[in-house]
Design a protein around this ligand. Structure first.
Ligand code: AMP
Length: 365
């Protein structure tokens, strides 16, 4: 089902997933007078703190899913590994945005790369790999410096092995064997950027400025805006993100990650991956845009007019990972905006919150 009517305030938005993204979506929905109903198997979910309605059940619990669908007006999700069968079942009962197709495409790196290539969006050279012989052959074709990745359930660098020469092939393959794999050529990028784009059911798209992203231990550490790229590269990235959203007939916020690759005629862009949801590299919008990515997502899925994405100041978003959260008191200098996710335990590598550092110089002019 697709929703084309403006959903009035007071409606209930169902959200699959109860992490920090669900929590911030629920807060944005409340600001627009919407209620949220969060469905998540984990009773300790951070989003449960901020929603009036919740269901704690497994994603394959059809009775719980049916009751959830009956209780809401539109359904969305905050993570891309919602089982496609769950999404398809719900989509038969209530409007689901983004739809099942966006999930199916983004859950599998190979399907995603084929989809992007079919739509003339550039990606790094790649090969599907299911045996060691196929891996060695693929290294001969796309080059010996490459990255071997599982096609599914890879995030924050999990399920990846860097290959520097054919001699590394057997170990890398043994580490990941048993799963469908894809080999990607190593991209000698000069920087990584991302674009957060919104699209609604009237096919309108609106992108935020690209962010420049730095990862530490494969986890996003900072997003800096503006990115250190030309206006032409920024426009090209925004246009590509909108084309991807159009090709998926997408409704909601889509995150698109790019490699910026240096070249003799100026830098070129390759898409690394897409995420059919609000995105960590879009959290900066909370501090410096009239409409942030969370409100924009709620607007898009409820058929409200898309909001203004103008950036009002320069900003750096920094993730607070594990123990870093304990130093929050020292970080709150003027110009900072904290977002704390309310997770009980600060485990290593766990995203506990983020802080937006805004260049407030304009206020003193
Ligand atoms: P991914 O999980 O695919 O987003 O990869 C995580 C990170 O690994 C990326 O943000 C890059 O920093 C690095 N990476 C992934 N694929 C490649 C590649 N083909 N070439 C160079 N670096 C890569």
């Amino acid at each position: 089902m697709t929703n084309t009517q403006l959903l009035p305030s007071g409606s209930t938005i169902g959200i699959l997933g109860g992490g920090q993204l669900g929590r911030m979506l629920a807060t944005a929905a409340a600001q627009l007078g919407m209620k949220t109903h969060i469905f998540c198997p984990d009773p300790q979910s951070p989003a449960f703190d901020v929603t009036p309605l919740k269901t704690v059940a497994a994603y394959d619990d059809r009775a719980a899913l049916k009751a959830f669908a009956d209780a809401v007006d539109v359904i969305t999700y905050e993570f891309e590994n919602v089982p496609v069968e769950t999404a398809a079942f719900l989509e038969g009962l209530k409007p689901l945005a983004p739809g099942t197709r966006a999930l199916a495409v983004s859950q599998d790196r190979l399907v995603e790369k084929r989809f992007l290539t079919d739509n003339a969006i550039p990606v790094a050279p790649y090969r599907a790999v299911d045996t060691l012989d196929a891996l060695v052959e693929a290294l001969g074709e796309i080059g010996e410096r490459a990255v071997l990745k599982t096609t599914r359930l890879g995030y924050d660098g999990k399920g990846q092995r860097m290959i520097r020469a054919k001699a590394d092939a057997a170990t890398a393959f043994a580490d990941l064997e048993g799963q469908q794999l894809v080999l990607e050529a190593f991209v000698p990028f000069e920087r990584e950027i991302s674009v957060i784009v919104a699209r609604n059911a009237r096919s309108e798209t609106r992108a935020f400025d690209p962010a420049e992203n730095i990862h530490e231990n494969h986890i996003l550490k900072t997003s800096t805006v503006p990115a250190n790229i030309s206006a032409e590269t920024a426009k090209a990235a925004g246009d590509m993100a909108a084309r991807i959203a159009d090709a998926l007939d997408y409704v909601g916020i889509l995150g698109v990650e790019f490699f910026v690759v240096p070249g003799d005629d100026g830098p070129t862009l390759l898409v690394n991956e897409i995420a059919p949801r609000v995105h960590n590299s879009g959290h900066w919008t909370q501090a410096v845009c009239l409409t942030d990515q969370f409100e924009q997502h709620i607007r898009a899925i409820c058929n409200w007019p898309l909001g203004d994405t103008t950036r009002l100041a320069d900003v750096v978003m920094e993730n607070l990972i594990g123990d870093e959260i304990h130093a929050i008191g020292e970080m709150l200098v003027p110009g900072t905006q904290p977002h704390i996710y309310g997770k009980a335990e600060a485990r290593p590598g766990r995203k506990m919150g983020h802080i937006n550092r805004v260049n407030t110089a304009i206020g003193t002019k």
